[in-house]
Design a protein around this ligand. Structure first.
Ligand SMILES: [Cu+2]
Length: 187
């Protein structure tokens, strides 16, 4: 009896170890894939800035979004993943002016550093208006967009110390904000 128990515990340790290894391999492969994707997009592998996304009320919503400055001509690649969303729902995403996610109103207005230019060239869209994303069956959504008019430098186009806000949508238009992350410089 005692001998069996010991054997069981050895098996348990063995399986825990194997599970650990599998997770380590998956993590290594997926972070490499992210890096390769960033490299393919012409960006550095380490983001210039990042936002840790959390739901305002819904704690299931999480995400990590990286901001990779490509060059002054090409803007910022915004890339990452959101999880815990409602399956197959469409979400809107914007950069908001204020770097605070204390409450749904804390981030303030949409970041709009080039108002006149935006009205002229971009049909009135603010530079901080990002394309909608759609959650898959598993509630995950990939973010991968290059914002030509944004930067991660110290200019007035910079997204540093601003916030990225995820909204629910109705007929493609943004409604209530559900999640938010402050965009911070990666040192
Ligand atoms: Cu918004």
């Amino acid at each position: 009896m005692r001998k069996n128990m010991r054997t069981d515990s050895h098996y348990f340790k063995f399986f825990t170890c194997v599970t650990c290894l599998i997770f380590i391999v998956i993590f290594a492969v997926s972070s490499q894939a992210l890096g390769r994707r960033a490299a393919k997009e012409g960006a550095k592998m380490v983001p210039n800035a990042a936002a840790n996304i959390k739901g305002f009320d819904n704690e299931n919503i999480h995400g990590l979004i990286g901001f990779y400055e490509k060059s002054h001509e090409h803007g910022v690649l915004i890339m990452g993943e959101l999880t815990g969303l409602e399956p197959n729902e469409i979400y809107a995403m914007h950069i908001h002016e204020i770097g605070s996610c204390e409450s749904p109103k804390a981030p303030g207005e949409h970041f709009d550093p080039v108002k006149d230019k935006a009205a002229e060239h971009n049909h009135g869209h603010a530079a901080g208006d990002l394309p909608n994303v759609k959650a898959g069956d598993n509630g995950n959504a990939a973010v991968n967009y290059t914002a030509k008019e944004l930067r991660t430098d110290d200019s007035n186009l910079s997204v540093i110390d601003r916030s990225i806000v995820i909204h629910k949508t109705k007929n493609g238009k943004p409604t209530e904000p559900v999640a938010c992350g402050v965009i911070q410089h990666v040192h």
